[in-house]
Ligand binder design. Structure first.
Ligand code: GLU
Length: 298
C-alpha cells in the first residue's frame, strides 16, 4: 500500500472517535439536523431536445457525478454506499424536476481533476460537487447556477498560531486537490509555498493531522465540514481570499439540460426546498443559510 493510500485511515479513525464520543459526555452542541425535504417528482411536463436526458430515460436512471469525502456536502457511507450532503440534495432536487426520483439517481464519485473529462465523455449526466464556475472550465463544460458561493480558505492544526492567510505559507507545506481552483491559485499567486497535490481533500486533511503538511487549502465550505468533525484538532485560519460560485456541471453542448437545471434550481429555491436542504446538511457545520445567489442563465 502506498503512503498516500494509507493516510485516510487516520482521519476515518478520528472521525469515528469524534462521532462516538466518550460514555457520559453531553450530546454535541450546535445545530441539530432538520428533516430533509422530499422533492416533488415532475411527471407531467417532459423536457425535449436534451441528448443527455434522452439517454438517461433510455437507461432508466440518471448518473450524477459527486464527491464522497466532503462532510455535509458530498459524503458516501462506506457501509451502505448511500450518498448524503448539500450537493447530493441539490442533485436530488433538480433530478426530481427532470422527472427522476431519488431512487432513479445513481451517484458516481469523480475527483476534482477528472470532472471535465467525465462530463465530456458521458460518464455522468451532470455533476454536483463544490464545482466552481469559471471561464476556463466553461470552454469545456456547461454550468447551471450558481446555487451557492464559497471562498478559498486555510485549514491548520488547532495549535497553529503562525498562519493567518496565504502570505504566511512561504516555506510551509500546503496541500490541495490537483485540478482544483484553490490548487491553481496557490501555484500562481504564492509560488513561495510548498504546494502538495492529492486526489482528494480527505487525503490532505489526513496529512495535516499527522503533521506531513502544515495547511490544507480549498473552499471554506469544505474546510468548515472537516473542522466541525474534529474541532479539537483543526481550525480555519484567516478570512476567505477568493470567490467560488458553485455550479452544476453539464456536458458542454447540452444547452437544453443546462437551462432546465437553472429552472429547477430557481423552482426549488422559491418553494423553500433549497433552504431546508441547506439547514439539514451544510448548516450543521455551523454557518446559517445565506440567501441563494442570483442564477446566471447564459
Ligand atoms: N471549488 C473548487 C473547485 O471547483 C474547489 C473544490 C473542489 O475541488 O471541488 O476547484
Amino acid at each position: 500500500m502506498t503512503f498516500a493510500k494509507r493516510l485516510p485511515a487516520a482521519l476515518a479513525l478520528l472521525l469515528l472517535v469524534a462521532a462516538c464520543g466518550k460514555p457520559g459526555t453531553p450530546p454535541p452542541k450546535g445545530p441539530q439536523p432538520g428533516a430533509l425535504p422530499s422533492y416533488q417528482v415532475r411527471t407531467g411536463e417532459v423536457i425535449n431536445g436534451s441528448p443527455t436526458l434522452e439517454a438517461a430515460r433510455g437507461r432508466g436512471h440518471l448518473v450524477v457525478g459527486a464527491k464522497e469525502d466532503q462532510p455535509y456536502l458530498g459524503e458516501k457511507n462506506p457501509a451502505t454506499g448511500e450518498y448524503s450532503g448539500f450537493d447530493i440534495e441539490i442533485a436530488r432536487m433538480v433530478g426530481a424536476y427532470l422527472g427522476f426520483g431519488p431512487d432513479r439517481i445513481q451517484f458516481r464519485t469523480i475527483a476534482s481533476a477528472n470532472r471535465e473529462t467525465a462530463l465530456s465523455n458521458g460518464q455522468v449526466d451532470y455533476y454536483v460537487g463544490t464545482y466552481t464556475i469559471n471561464a476556463n472550465r466553461k470552454k469545456l463544460v456547461g454550468f447551471a447556477g450558481p446555487y451557492f458561493v464559497a471562498g478559498q480558505a486555510l485549514l491548520v492544526r488547532s495549535g497553529d498560531t503562525a498562519v493567518h492567510g496565504p502570505q504566511d505559507l512561504a516555506g510551509r507545506k500546503v496541500c490541495s486537490a490537483a485540478g482544483s481552483t484553490p490548487y491553481q491559485r496557490i501555484e500562481k499567486d504564492h509560488p513561495e509555498a510548498h504546494l502538495v497535490g492529492y486526489d482528494t481533500y480527505s487525503a490532505c486533511v489526513d496529512n495535516l493531522i499527522t503533521g506531513q503538511v502544515d495547511a490544507v487549502t480549498t473552499d471554506n465550505a469544505i474546510l468548515q465540514g472537516y473542522a466541525a468533525k474534529v474541532p479539537d484538532e483543526l481550525k480555519l485560519a484567516g478570512a476567505p481570499f477568493s470567490t467560488e460560485p458553485y455550479g452544476i456541471g453539464t456536458p458542454h453542448d447540452d444547452t437544453v439540460l443546462r437551462l432546465a437545471l437553472d429552472d429547477a434550481l430557481a423552482a426549488h429555491e422559491r418553494n423553500g426546498d433549497w433552504k431546508k436542504a441547506y439547514d439539514a446538511t451544510l448548516g450543521l457545520s455551523g454557518v446559517p443559510a445565506p440567501a441563494p445567489p442570483q442564477i446566471d442563465r447564459y
